[in-house]
Design a protein. Structure first.
Length: 189
């Protein structure tokens, strides 16, 4: 039974998404929502993110929407180090601060500002250790930042039952096609 799920995925710049109204964001959110609803029906209690820009913050917004229907589902933001947003632009800081202000639990894993990449590795280990499964937006053909958490999840999965649920660009494409073909204007006679 999955009570705690970790979430990760590409950062916005890894996807070439630089505007909050980019259509792809809505499809990424919907893909995660679909996976999360299945877990919520199975008594999911907590969703863990590290507060990275991109997928994690977009999914957090979707979680807030889900909480209106499922108030027992909680969001935890477990940052790798203190003040991870300190060098972000004002818009990204504002989005991050909103997510943190609405989260049910917020903490920093290393309890100090950035010092070295080991803090990111510690974050991945901690989040995988504290969760029962991982949902990740990732494509093996386009490596990026989610790879490190996925590798940590695979190490755990080799030792015990630890599901890794991947959302791929193909899943996003399927949602786009569903929308396209559900619109009668796109039907040919």
């Amino acid at each position: 039974m999955t009570k705690v799920v970790a979430i990760t995925g590409y950062k916005s710049f890894e996807l070439g998404i630089f505007k909050q109204d980019h259509i792809a964001i809505q499809y990424i959110k919907r893909a995660f929502r679909k996976r999360l609803l299945t877990l919520i029906e199975g008594n999911l209690e907590w969703i863990l993110i590290s507060g990275q820009l991109g997928t994690e913050l977009w999914v957090a917004e979707e979680i807030f929407d889900l909480q209106t229907e499922f108030p027992n589902v909680k969001l935890a933001v477990l940052t790798p180090y203190l003040d991870q947003e300190s060098k972000w632009n004002d818009f990204n800081k504002e989005q991050y601060e909103f997510i943190v202000s609405q989260a049910d639990f917020v903490d920093s894993i290393t309890k100090r500002p950035y010092e070295n990449p080991g803090q990111l590795k510690a974050k991945n280990q901690f989040i995988i250790q504290k969760s029962d499964a991982l949902i990740a937006f990732y494509d093996d053909e386009k490596q990026g930042s989610p790879l490190f958490m996925i590798q940590e999840a695979k190490r755990r999965a080799e030792r015990e039952d630890y599901p890794i649920i991947l959302i791929t660009p193909l899943d996003i494409e399927e949602l786009i096609l569903e929308d396209k073909y559900s619109d009668p204007a796109n039907w040919s006679s």
